[in-house]
Design a protein around this ligand. Sequence first.
Ligand SMILES: Nc1ncnc2c1ncn2[C@@H]1O[C@H](COP(=O)(O)OP(=O)(O)O)[C@@H](O)[C@H]1O
Ligand SMILES: [Mg+2]
Length: 244
Amino acid sequence: MNIMAGAPGRLITVAGIDGAGKSTLATSLHAALKDSKNRAILVGKHTTEVAMSADLSEYVDSVNAVVYRRKPSVGAACGNHYWLFALAAWYTLQDQLIIRPALRAGVHVILDNAHHKILARYAVCPNIPADLARHLFAHLTTPDLVLFLHVTAEEALRRKGGFSALEAGGTGSTGEAFISYQTRVTEELRRQATGATWASIDVTSKDAAVVLAETLTLLSDRLDIQIPEHLAKTDNEGGVAWSS
Ligand SMILES: Nc1ncnc2c1ncn2[C@@H]1O[C@H](COP(=O)(O)OP(=O)(O)O)[C@@H](O)[C@H]1O
Ligand SMILES: [Mg+2]
């Protein structure tokens, strides 16, 4: 355990295109941190619990339902501007009510599904000014480390098997539509990946255990968070199950 009394937690976010393995890594990294007695929470698109507040948890859950639990036909009808604002509201609440309080309490936060993918999606979306999306997310807590999982769109498609209309940018339902859209999203993520806190990991031909091992080395080198190697379990070794 290397958190000194009073030291804030670190925000570690996982970025990459759909199918890169973000949720898989976030889940196993969270487990490894907990097993090594680091205080950590895993925050993702289904996280709605606000510590010690039933009222706020209920409210966050209701916003989550508005943003993520709606019928596909509703998605298309509301249009790109609405979803940008709805997502900005969601990420703002998540930051204000879940992430910042945890960091202040000395708890590390693993953030799956961070807003970088949303920014990249909107950057390739016609009729939304690129600056608008950037400004809407600019106030969110800056991560201490962004793990950018780089995978080819072809490999992402193989891993996923299928995909939603949104994951092809509404450009069609063929594999080619997914690949060409996600390739453009990758270019946008690369453009964002310029800061010193970004660490790119080429995961295209690495299994989940190798990706986790490289991540633990990065945590040790960049954030001085130490996790003994024997605690770095993945599905392959009968440890943490992969999840999407
Ligand atoms: N390193 C890896 N090698 C091969 N398959 C993987 C790897 N990491 C994850 N997967 C599989 O790829 C699929 C997508 O992974 P997931 O973690 O859900 O991606 P994301 O959250 O980035 O969309 C899942 O079926 C998962 O089991
Ligand atoms: Mg995921």
